[in-house]
Write a protein of this length. Sequence first.
Length: 267
Amino acid sequence: MMNENKMPFWKHIEELRKHIIHCFCAIIIAMIILMNNKNIIFDYIIFGPAKKDFITYRLFYNLTKSFLGVHLNSVSFLYKNLEIQNRQIFGQFNIYVWTCFIGGFILSFPYVIYEFWKFIKPALSDKEKKYSLWILIMVTFLFLLGIFFGYFILCPFLIHFGYSFRISYVPKNIFDLSDYISLILHSVFSMGIIFLFPFLIFFLTKMELISYFFLKKYRKHAFLILLVIASAITPGDILSTIIVLIPLLILYQVSVYISFQTNKKAS
């Protein structure tokens, strides 16, 4: 039976190519859907953090007002909407296409992961197939959780820092369109990838490249590395760094627990 189920190498490549084409088609379809709804995508989502009434700014202001018990204008993140300008002839068109493509990947990410699972499914045992479905769900959940964290938490703090920091009141803060879009996409997408850290630890543990004892032994070193990563993602101010560092530390602790459970089942 094992010999009958074996496939030659080129068959695996052909099968992989088929799944990649399916993923690419899903991304293109999602991209077209977003392109046909550009007013919603850009006016309400992409440029949402550029408006002073963005939900994160209002929530932070209300929380601060409740704790302090006083009305302070300085507590609010933005006292007016950001001024964003485009200085390139095809700048808006290029941003339009590129943003919709990244958005198409994010929107179709659950399907992309599903296609990847379908590719490796024949090589899995019945027991592995059962918990691989949970892994598929958790990967999708962690990625989307990172996306939401990057959009609702990280982006507003980065925009606030860039908007409020001044060397002088002589220059006006009028931001470039490509720079603003790059900030949004980088923050959102990077946090989506970073939140997949427990998934990476699970596979490295399964391949016996790392262990629970290794993660526990070098916990302090890992915290230092996470601090460097948080500082690299953020502009460097203490508040933004702490905001990014907190979920990274939580993810590391979750990864340690996952590694412990994986080693426990393997032994």
